[in-house]
Write a protein that binds this ligand. Structure first.
Ligand code: GTP
Ligand code: MG
Length: 354
């Protein structure tokens, strides 16, 4: 690729390895290598790709639960995850690597759980809208000294709208001002009634600081997941969701993907929203390079030509052409929405620069 990119550069065509060049140019370059390039027929694959797949039951195998940690600011979502990861990080050697993605896999008694931290609720809104199936279980974190707050209510609404099972973690019970009963009382107004009050919602009092209750919380997650019998076909082409994405100065567009169906491989052609490309490299949640990612696995991928929006659907395709076609169709079908987003973004930028 570098030789060709250099040659194109000399010819005045500025591209990177992820870009598309026109057919005439490709033909010209191919000729340098004594290859005669021929254009392929245009195929329409979008309909087929987005068609609701009737998965053959016999192809489905168990997959780990995807658990989203939600709640009001400062109620301890990240602390709770830190606590869970510190006591259960399987590979301690890699533990020191900075993880800027909010998705982690934890193994408990040989069973995996994928956790998604939600830093701002905006990302979750996109997820809820575009892929309600992303999360299997929501952990609603409520600080015992603060009780139900506006974002707690928002989180409840998001989880309910997405049809996601809610487990309540009453956090900070180590604090002298903690009042577990008050939290139960307040949440019952939102139809989250604890089992000991005759309801059906699991409540677990925890402390991210002392670690109290964490084991019980994990047990409850595994139990809930078991009942749900979560399955996916790992053999099909991958389908997933963009958790977050950014432009890295050195690496180019970097996207955190949650694989939902199928297996994503290095070398797969992909499209995510309006972007397309080819998976050049994949990193797991511990920063290790991996060659493939099975259902419920979060990975960071390199190789998209652009930065997709959080919440967009990612699809692996048969070839480059399909991936580009998918992205182009997405753009034409979502033109109005994308325009609105650009407008909103621009007005936000205006606000900040004034
Ligand atoms: P956002 O991501 O900003 O919404 O916050 P968060 O919910 O992730 O909260 P975070 O984990 O950052 O914790 C907020 C503060 O609460 C920190 O100062 C934590 O040390 C403290 N904290 C979290 N859990 C506990 C706990 O169990 N007990 C006590 N005493 N403090 C806690
Ligand atoms: Mg946090």
């Amino acid at each position: 690729p570098s030789v060709i990119v250099k040659k194109l550069f000399m010819d005045g065509v500025m591209v990177t390895v992820n870009h598309e060049i026109d057919f005439e140019k490709a033909q010209e370059i191919a000729l340098d290598y004594d290859i005669i390039a021929e254009p392929e027929e245009k195929v329409d694959v979008i309909a087929e790709l987005l068609k609701e797949d009737d998965e053959d039951e016999s192809l489905l195998v168990s997959r780990p639960p995807v658990v989203c940690v939600m709640g009001h600011v400062d109620h301890g979502k990240t602390s709770l995850l830190d606590c869970i990861r510190n006591t259960h990080v399987t590979d301690r050697e890699a533990g020191g690597i900075t993880q800027h993605i909010g998705a982690y896999v934890v193994t408990i008694n040989d069973q995996k759980i994928t956790f998604l931290d939600t830093p701002g609720h905006e990302a979750f809104t996109a997820m809820r809208m575009r892929g309600a199936n992303a999360t299997d279980i929501a952990i609603l974190v409520v600080a015992a000294d603060d009780g139900v707050m506006p974002q707690t209510v928002e989180a409840i609404n998001h989880a309910k709208a997405a049809g996601v099972e809610i487990i309540v973690a009453i956090n900070k019970i180590d604090k002298p001002s903690a009042n577990i009963e008050r939290v139960k009382q307040e949440l019952s107004e939102y139809e989250l009634i604890p089992e000991d009050w005759g309801g059906s919602t699991i409540f677990v009092p925890v402390s991210a600081h002392s670690g109290e209750g964490i084991e019980t919380l994990l047990e409850m997650i595994l139990l809930t997941a078991e009942v749900a019998e979560l399955k996916a076909n790992p053999k099909r082409m991958a389908r997933g969701l963009v958790i977050e994405a950014e432009l890295d100065k050195g690496k180019g567009p970097v996207a955190t993907i949650l694989v939902q169906k199928g297996t994503l491989h290095v070398g797969d052609f992909i499209a995510a929203g309006a972007c397309s490309g080819k998976v050049r490299a994949m990193m797991d949640d511990k920063g290790r390079r991996v060659k493939e990612a099975a259902p419920s696995t979060p990975v960071e991928i390199l190789g998209l030509g652009d930065v997709p929006n959080a919440g967009e659907i990612l699809v692996a395709t048969e070839n480059d052409k399909e991936a580009k076609h998918f992205a182009a169709t997405f753009v034409s079908e979502n033109r109005n929405r994308l325009l609105e987003e650009t407008k909103a973004k621009m007005s936000l930028d205006d606000l900040f620069t004034q």
